[in-house]
Design a protein around this ligand. Sequence first.
Ligand code: SAM
Length: 290
Amino acid sequence: MPDAPPPADADTLVTAWTRTRNALKAAGVPSPVLDARMLLEAAAGVARLDIVTDPYRPLAEEARARLDALTARRAAREPLAYILGAKDFWTLSLTVTPAVLSPRPETEGVVEAALAALREDQPARVLDLGTGSGAILLAILKERPLAEGLGVDASPEALAVARANAEALGLSGRAGFQPGDWGAGLEGPFDVIVSNPPYIAAGDIAGLAPEVARHEPRLALDGGPDGLDAYRRLIPDVARLLRPQGRFALEIGQGQDADVIAIARAAGLDPEAVRPDLAGIGRVVIGRRP
Ligand SMILES: C[S@@+](CC[C@H](N)C(=O)[O-])C[C@H]1O[C@@H](n2cnc3c(N)ncnc32)[C@H](O)[C@@H]1O
């Protein structure tokens, strides 16, 4: 049984949660209830269960100050993942900093497509172009213990985050990370190549949610005038670096499927399908090198 409520003016877990939720809601944060709980957990060092089973637990003054500071950042529309320094992706908890895109649930479709092409009992080489936090590559390596992989990124700061994630997950022995411009200078063959490149049309970035437009790295978002620049540059590398019959999986933006399929065909690849995300939007172009 929870304890009896303390005096009305004292801050408790439940009043702090409510106050934070109202502040986030007023700031237009899209998921104020969940975000308020996550901030409270981080500021007070409590778990979800504590808030539910012990709602009238008093909040220490220092915890309240920490919560107010975190709430101000989230109300300014800083992404929750940057404030907490972590994001769940696949079965992994990844360190995330403002140097990397916060990994998205829809990107798990790239992981699923790669896993479908990789047997658990066979060694394989995987290449992740534009690896960011290392999310896609590390999720694949976690599921395929005989596979090894290389993650490439143009951002040295992103590569530092990816390396730290590989280390923390015990995957650094099988995951290499190196700076690069897509596949330039790399040598194949790879069994599977994955990428979630920047695919937002440059002119659309300012109109995105403030979390994205103001806080995520431009290098991770900007796909040039029509959003397709990265595909034009990296798909010829995919065709060169895949082994014959090797598979690729590329995340795409809404409505980009026909263009990306055409670019892949022109590079001599055989695009086979477009996987939808949970919202039914074509999200991952998959195929093989003939
Ligand atoms: C949309 S983010 C994807 C990050 C991560 N793979 C994920 O799915 O969460 C695209 C990544 O491509 C990287 N990038 C942009 N231009 C690049 C280039 N020319 N060569 C290599 N990587 C590049 C960015 O730094 C960024 O980390």
